[in-house]
Design a protein around this ligand. Structure first.
Ligand SMILES: O=C(CCC(O)(O)[C@H](Cc1ccccc1)NC(=O)c1ccccc1)N[C@@H](Cc1c[nH]c2ccccc12)C(=O)O
Ligand SMILES: [Zn+2]
Length: 560
């Protein structure tokens, strides 16, 4: 699909949506008795960005696809300038994950932002006007209200704020510990005792997950590492094999296998024919119950094996709700769609499971290997939470006007400093536009769905582990983080029941179908990490680490 073709089909679909909406608004659907039919009309009574007049919709699509193209075609030079065709995947991601040279990391971090975000600043300003215009045409006050309508939850933003408040103590302990280990590794000149952590040292281009720092941060360095990437390479893993293993996990639960169309039409590796493509992973539903596809520029690492499960979670959801009416062929809410694959991946990543599939040599039930494993999960899951929150807290502020268009970048860094406790390698300015350096901003993909997912996936995991008799809240010998639901048909049946609902019921009903609860609840996440939280508190105490970070150093100057 060329970008021109994409634009044309988006316009054509918008015309169809507008016609359908006109017909629906002529029906007095609110008095329909049948709950299911009424709910279908309720969904169809909302138009979204298709409410824009054609010329404005064309402008909206052109701005978005232009920013996405800038992001996906960006190339940067390496530190010594010997090559200037480094792309994000796999080149820059690999450097950010594995380099331990602060100078090289700083160069790549700055160069990426110079070639992506900085080039999008004006487009994004205009784009925000169009999102707000579309929102008002739908009777919403701004883009934030339009984006949050899908959650159909009155106090959604305060629920998110409350969940984050419950989790900041755990995050601050992890932050203090990681800062201490980075200071040991790089020295006090590079990493301070009480300040924010320099963003370019965290093993990821956006400091959104810190799992690549496991070598520096694992509690028991002499014990087995649960990052089995070397074993995967040694055993000749290919991207195809990684997806076959993921499929095998899903079918071991009795879930629906990937279809022939999936295997024939997916793109599981970056094409080497020079074709430009959006490498950011995605899953696609062609709404016929068979044609479902993943596009992922997969490399052979544990991180990409986890991402493969993430993407396949989307595909499984497509297949499970294929019998629903069209308007219900989507997640109970966007966070549910993001949580399916990650929930299963929590079982896959356990030492117990990695041993089952021959990626980890025989490890007796060693509490130190266990703590290394818990740390690796925390570096990805706990570190992610404030990032997931910042991404849309910033966009909500921009859409609502709380963040003015002259302060876009410095307000971004105020949130990154305040919530994540990180700072840029050099002071930024309003000439930069660092949010644009993360796919979901030019890609116009909302992000709070991932924060929701990282909360509810532990609720799902806990419920399925109880069903699989792999976890008992009163039996410390079987802690939640050691649970592996592999092969358990009961757990699979419970998950399938929820997935097959699609969006046919409000999301609390879907949540209840799996967990027996009707709301998002961080308790499951806290239970999962309890042993690590205790360990972190002791460790930080022993090392006299300071909890929290100073915020008095300037990270961004308002000069335009
Ligand atoms: O962006 C993604 C994966 C991409 C996606 O699968 O979520 C993809 C994003 C996308 C949306 C719309 C157009 C293009 C890309 N979402 C989907 O493909 C998708 C498909 C159907 C329904 C809902 C989402 N993950 C996030 C964070 C994340 C969550 N869980 C993870 C696990 C491992 C690694 C990263 C993550 C990130 O990389 O920052
Ligand atoms: Zn996803």
């Amino acid at each position: 699909m060329t970008s021109a073709g994409m634009l044309a089909s988006r316009l054509e679909y918008a015309r169809f949506e507008k016609d359908r909406w006109k017909q629906v608004t002529q029906v007095d659907w609110k008095s329909i008795k049948d709950e299911n039919v009424k709910r279908q009309f309720k969904v169809l009574s909302k138009l979204g960005t298709a409410a824009l007049p054609e010329d404005r919709l064309e402008k909206y699509d052109q701005l978005q696809s232009g920013m996405e193209r800038t992001y996906s075609t960006a190339r940067v030079c390496n530190l010594n300038g010997t090559s200037c065709d480094l792309s994000l995947e796999p080149d820059l991601s690999e450097i950010m994950a594995n380099s331990r040279d602060p100078e090289e990391l700083e160069h790549v971090w700055l160069a990426w932002r110079e070639n992506t975000g900085k080039k999008m600043r004006n487009s994004y300003k205009e784009f925000v006007e169009l999102i707000n215009e579309a929102a008002e045409l739908n009777g919403f006050s701004d883009g934030t209200e339009l984006w949050l309508d899908v959650y159909d939850t009155a106090d959604f933003q305060s629920q998110i704020a409350r969940l984050w408040d419950q989790l900041t103590p755990l995050y601050e302990q992890l932050h203090a510990y990681v800062r201490g280990r980075l200071r040991q590794h790089y020295g006090e000149e590079v990493v301070s005792r009480d300040g924010p952590i320099p963003a370019h040292l965290l093993g990821n281009m956006w400091s959104q997950s810190w799992g690549n720092l496991l070598d520096i941060c694992k509690p028991y360095p002499e014990k087995a590492s649960v990052d089995v990437t070397p074993q995967m390479k040694a055993q000749g893993y290919t991207p195809l094999k990684m997806f076959q293993m993921s499929d095998e996990f899903f079918t071991s639960l009795g879930l629906i296998p990937m279809t022939p169309e999936f295997w024939n039409r997916s793109i599981l590796e970056k094409p080497d024919d020079g074709r430009e493509l959006v490498c950011h992973a995605s899953a696609w539903d062609f709404y016929d119950g068979k044609d479902v596809r993943i596009k992922q520029c997969t490399v052979v690492t544990l991180e990409d094996l986890i991402t493969a499960h993430h993407e396949m979670g989307h595909i499984e959801y497509f297949l499970q709700y294929a019998g629903q009416p069209q308007v219900f062929k989507t997640g109970a809410n966007p966070g549910f769609h993001e949580a399916v694959g990650d929930t299963l991946a929590l079982s896959v990543a356990t030492p117990k499971h990695l041993k089952k599939i021959g990626l980890l040599e025989e490890v007796i039930n060693d509490p130190e290997v266990d703590m290394n494993f818990l740390m690796s999960v925390a570096l990805d899951k706990i570190a992610f939470l404030p990032f997931g929150y910042v991404m849309d807290k910033w966009r909500w502020g921009v859409f609502s006007g709380d963040i003015s268009e002259d302060d876009l970048n410095c307000e971004w860094w105020k949130l990154r400093l305040g919530l994540q406790g990180i700072e840029p390698p050099q002071v930024r300015s309003e000439m930069d536009f660092d949010p644009g350096a993360k796919y979901h901003i030019p890609g116009n993909v909302p992000y709070i769905r991932y924060f929701v997912s990282f909360i509810i996936q532990f609720q799902f995991h806990k419920a399925l582990c109880i069903t699989a008799n792999q976890y008992d809240p009163n039996d410390r010998a079987r802690p939640l983080h050691q649970c592996d639901i592999y092969n358990n048909k009961e757990a699979g049946k419970k998950l399938a029941k929820m997935l097959s609902m699609g969006a046919s019921k409000p999301w609390p009903d879907a949540m209840e179908a799996i967990t027996g609860q009707r709301e998002m609840d961080a308790t499951a996440l806290r239970d999962y990490f309890q042993p690590l939280e205790d360990w972190l508190k002791r460790e930080n105490q022993e090392n006299q680490e300071i909890i929290g970070w100073k915020t008095d150093e300037p990270v961004c100057t308002r000069e335009p």
